[in-house]
Design a binder for this molecule. Structure first.
Ligand SMILES: [Fe+2]
Ligand SMILES: [Fe+2]
Length: 432
């Protein structure tokens, strides 16, 4: 699997191995060796290793290939391209839900095949528009039970060996512990109140700072510190895009309303304080694009096919699920939604990022119908953003609330995981 590096000069590459050392060999466009990079070994609960190597020193606008070696294993050769300017296209997807099933022995295979089909459709659509898919953003629930077999299925598509694949952790990914060993990511956050399995990380591509966040972890003071450090480390980057799992604004699923209101209270102030341009979310499996929101209210209504220039707030978007599409058409919508589309077919989204704009286009794979689009323009680095400094007492108070919520969340996980044959330690996570 290839994951974005800290910026376009790097790529992170990882694989499972029986031995605790390995290398990645980097080749140029003519097949000549450029460099080789040692992999670090992370022992897994299965008794083998997750090897991870950082390919660095990449030049802009070049074609490279690489292969991985460990013990007797040598991978295929995979080709990738680096961007040569600040424009690139990302495919945004969510809730891929590769699932192991007792009833269907082909479930992992079939669902992985669906993912491969959707990435192919997105790649063809991008090519018809004169672009390539340069990044895949996945907003959580990559796997339904968080199992290693499911992640191996996810990685069976060749695309994610050549296109950097950036995941956020969903609630289903933390049903086991394998996500922790599967992922290999740059700039990971150290959380005082851990959620064991995933964490926040950031990377820069083009003129965009991507903040990949763990919305299972309610420790908002940790998240805020992470965002502040990422923003301070990248003061000249124009766009800020958060990718996280929980759908702050999307379907109004009755059983989730109070959770959503709680999560909005916790997360929206961070988007407001740091002027997030776009939040890409998941969880509801319901395609929605919000209005421009600030302080939990609509400041500008977004229209399907429209453009917002210098928005004074954040757009929140949720895509449908490739493998578990929502077919429940009597669910309502949160307030502040500009455009929505409910389908049992597979949705993919192409997002064109450039210095001046973010252009979102969404399609249904089966019918090839364009179901939604929105352009966000900024004419200055700030656009129309208002930044809101919270009151001095706000984060200390949120720290206490999130400590209590996180403590009970961790107790829940401690008991949940006894069914898996092991226990996640109860106290390690508290300020560990
Ligand atoms: Fe999901
Ligand atoms: Fe979810």
């Amino acid at each position: 699997m290839m994951t974005p590096g800290s910026n376009e000069t790097e790529r992170y590459v990882s694989w499972y191995s029986d031995v605790d050392s390995g290398t990645v060999t980097l080749l140029n466009a003519t097949g000549t060796k450029v460099n080789s990079f040692d992999a670090a070994a992370n022992p897994t609960p299965q008794g083998d290793y997750r090897l991870g190597a950082v390919i660095s020193g990449l030049e802009a606008g070049k074609v490279y290939s690489y292969y991985c070696q460990s013990g007797d294993f040598r991978s295929g050769v995979y080709t990738f391209t680096t961007d040569n300017d600040k424009s690139f296209t990302a495919m945004y997807t969510t809730d891929i839900h590769i699932s192991k099933s007792d009833e269907d022995e082909n479930s992992i295979r079939d669902r992985a095949y669906n993912l491969n089909t959707v990435i192919t459709a997105a790649s063809v659509k991008a090519a018809l528009q004169g672009n390539t898919v340069d990044l895949i953003l996945s907003a959580g629930d990559q796997a339904s039970d968080g199992l290693r077999e499911e992640y191996v299925g996810l990685c069976s598509t060749p695309y994610i060996k050549s296109i950097p694949f950036a995941t956020s952790i969903g609630n289903h990914d933390r049903k086991s512990v394998d996500y922790r060993y599967f992922t290999f990511q740059p700039n990971t956050a150290k959380m005082r109140l851990k959620s064991y399995v995933g964490t926040d990380y950031w990377f820069v591509k083009g003129d965009v700072l991507f903040l990949m966040m763990d919305s299972n972890n309610i420790s908002m003071a940790d998240h805020r510190r992470f965002v502040k450090e990422a923003v301070d480390a990248n003061p000249d980057i124009k766009w800020r895009v958060a990718v996280m799992h929980h759908d702050l604004y999307s379907a109004r699923i009755p059983s989730r309303e109070s959770e959503n209101q709680f999560l909005r209270m916790m997360w929206a102030p961070i988007a407001d304080e740091f002027g997030f341009d776009l939040c890409l979310l998941g969880h509801s499996h319901y395609y929605t694009i919000s209005n421009v929101l600030y302080n939990n209210k609509t400041v500008t209504v977004t229209e399907n096919g429209g453009t917002v220039t210098n928005p004074e707030g954040t757009v929140y978007m949720v895509s449908g699920s490739i493998n578990n599409p929502r077919n429940d058409d009597d669910i309502g919508l949160s307030e502040n939604i500009g455009h929505s589309y409910l389908t049992e077919e597979k949705i993919y989204n192409l997002i064109d990022f450039s210095e001046g704009s973010i252009v979102i286009n969404s399609y249904v794979m089966e019918s090839d119908e364009k179901i939604g689009s929105l352009t966000i323009e900024k004419t200055t680095d700030e656009g129309g953003h208002t930044y809101k400094t919270p009151a001095k007492w706000y984060y200390p108070l949120i720290d206490i609330i999130s400590f209590i919520a996180g403590f009970f969340n961790n107790i829940g996980r401690y008991y949940d995981n006894t069914q898996l044959g092991f226990k996640i330690p109860l106290f390690e996570g508290l300020f560990g």
